[in-house]
Design a protein around this ligand. Structure first.
Ligand code: NAD
Ligand code: UD1
Length: 340
C-alpha cells in the first residue's frame, strides 16, 4: 500500500515515516521544506533501512500534485503539511489560511481528480476551543479558537465533513493531537524548531544544552494545582503509531464512509512545573526558570478523553513521561544544532 505523506520531513511526519516504513508501507513524501530539512529524511532512511520517494513541492502547487498522483499509485494520504506557529498566525493570518486551508483544498481537489478517497488529517486539540470543559471528548461541538491557526484547523475539519456529505466514497480521519513531545529513542530524529522555540519542551532542552539562559514559565496563578497551565503531553512515537493505527483502520474497514475524529492524547493533565521536575529527574540537568505573565491565548488546562481511539483504533499512548524527557534530551544533546 502506498501512502502519500505531505509535510513528511517535519517533526511528527518524520517519526510517522519510521512507523509506516517499519510496518511495510511504501511512502511518498511531499514537502516544500519550509520548516524542515531533507536531512531528516536521510536519517529516517538510515533508521529503517528503506528508501523514501521524496518530491519537493508545495501543496498549493496543483500541477505538481496532479503529476504526483498521475505517476504513482497512491492509496491513502496523511496530510501534515501546515504552518504551525500559533502566535505568528495572529500576525500573518492570510498566510496561515493560504497555506493551511487553501493548501488542504488543493490537496483534496488533486485527490478527487485522481480518485484517491482515503485521507488522514492532522488536527489539534485546539479545535475544542475554550468553551468546552476537559477532558475533551469527540462528541463535543467544536469551539471557536482565537488564533487563525486554530480557526484553520476547525475550517478544514468542516470542509472534510462537507466533502464526505457530497462524495459518498470519501473516507477521512481527523486526528486531534494533544501535546506531542520527545523524539525517536535513537536520538537521530527529533523536533528542530527554527529560531526561538514557541513550544515548551524544545525551549527546555535548549536551556539544558546551554543555548538559552532560562525558561519563562507563562503564568503562575492559573486555577490549577500549582498555578501553571496543564496539558496532555504524549510521546511523538505514540502519536506516530496513532497514524499507522488510523491507516490500518481505514484499510480494514472497506465499508466505512464519512469522517471520524479521534483524540490522540494520554488522558493525563501535567503542569508546566511538573514537566520541569520530570525533565530534571530523567536527565539530572537543572532547568533555570522564571515565572512571567501569562501568554495571550493560553487556556489554563486541557487534556483528552482518549477512549474512542482505544476502542475503535486499538491505539493507546504507552510511553511514560520519563521516556518523553529522556528521548527529547537524547535528541537535543546528540544534535545541539538540530539538523544543521
Ligand atoms: P512541522 O513544521 O515540523 O512539519 C510540517 C511540515 O510541513 C514541514 O516539514 C514543512 O516544511 C511542511 N510544509 C508546510 N507548509 C507546506 C506546504 N505548503 N507544502 C508542502 N509542505 C509544507 O510541524 P509538526 O509539528 O510536524 O506538525 C505537523 C502537523 O501537525 C501540522 O499540520 C500541525 O498543525 C499539526 N499539529 C502539530 C502539533 C504539535 O504540537 N507539533 C499539535 C497539533 C497539530
Ligand atoms: C500550542 C497551541 C496549539 C498547537 C501546539 C503545537 C496555543 C494556545 N496552542 O499548544 O494549538 O497545536 O502549540 O504547535 O498556542 N510554556 C511556557 N513557556 C514557554 C513555552 C510554553 O510556560 O516558553 C507553557 C505554555 O504556557 C503552555 C505549555 O507550556 O501552558 C505548553 O505550551 P506549548 O508547548 O506552546 O503548547 P500549547 O500552548 O499547549
Amino acid at each position: 500500500m502506498q501512502v502519500l505523506v505531505t509535510g513528511g520531513a517535519g517533526y511528527i511526519g518524520s517519526h510517522t515515516l519510521v512507523c509506516l516504513l517499519d510496518q511495510g508501507y511504501e511512502v511518498v513524501v511531499y514537502d516544500n521544506l519550509i520548516n524542515a530539512s531533507a536531512e531528516a529524511l536521510s536519517r529516517v532512511e538510515k533508521l529503517t533501512g528503506k528508501t523514501i520517494d521524496f518530491v519537493q513541492g508545495d501543496v498549493r502547487d496543483t500541477d505538481s500534485l496532479d503529476d504526483l498522483f498521475a505517476t504513482r499509485s497512491i492509496d491513502m494520504v496523511i496530510h501534515f503539511a501546515a504552518l504551525k506557529a500559533v502566535g505568528e498566525s495572529a500576525q500573518c493570518p492570510l498566510e496561515y489560511y493560504q497555506n493551511n486551508v487553501h493548501g488542504s483544498l488543493c490537496l483534496l481537489e488533486a485527490m478527487a481528480k485522481a480518485g484517491v478517497n482515503n485521507f488522514v488529517y492532522s488536527s489539534s486539540a485546539t479545535v475544542y476551543g475554550e468553551a468546552n470543559p476537559s477532558p475533551y471528548v469527540e462528541t463535543m461541538n467544536l469551539g471557536s479558537p482565537s488564533s487563525p491557526y486554530g480557526a484553520g484547523k476547525v475550517m478544514v475539519e468542516r470542509i472534510l465533513l462537507d466533502k464526505a456529505r457530497a462524495n459518498p466514497n470519501f473516507r477521512a480521519v481527523s486526528l486531534r493531537y494533544f501535546n506531542p513531545i520527545g523524539a525517536h529513542p535513537s536520538g537521530d530524529i527529533g523536533e528542530d524548531p527554527t529560531g526561538i522555540p514557541n513550544n515548551l519542551l524544545p525551549f527546555i532542552t535548549q536551556v539544558a544544552v546551554g543555548k538559552r539562559d532560562k525558561l519563562r514559565v507563562f503564568g503562575g496563578e492559573y486555577p490549577t494545582s500549582d498555578g501553571t497551565c496543564v496539558r496532555d503531553y504524549l510521546h511523538v512515537m505514540d502519536l506516530a503509531e496513532g497514524h499507522v493505527a488510523a491507516i490500518d483502520w481505514l484499510a480494514t474497514q472497506p465499508s466505512f464512509r464519512g469522517v471520524e475524529a479521534f483524540n490522540l492524547g494520554t488522558g493525563n493533565g501535567i503542569s508546566v512545573l511538573e514537566i520541569i521536575a520530570s525533565f530534571e529527574a530523567a536527565t539530572t540537568v537543572k532547568i533555570a526558570y522564571q515565572t512571567v505573565e501569562p501568554r495571550a491565548g493560553d487556556l489554563p488546562a486541557f487534556w483528552a478523553n482518549a477512549e474512542k481511539a482505544s476502542n475503535v483504533l486499538n491505539w493507546q499512548a504507552k510511553r511514560s513521561l520519563a521516556e518523553m524527557m529522556e528521548d527529547a534530551w537524547r535528541w537535543q544533546s546528540k544534535n545541539p544544532n538540530g539538523y544543521s
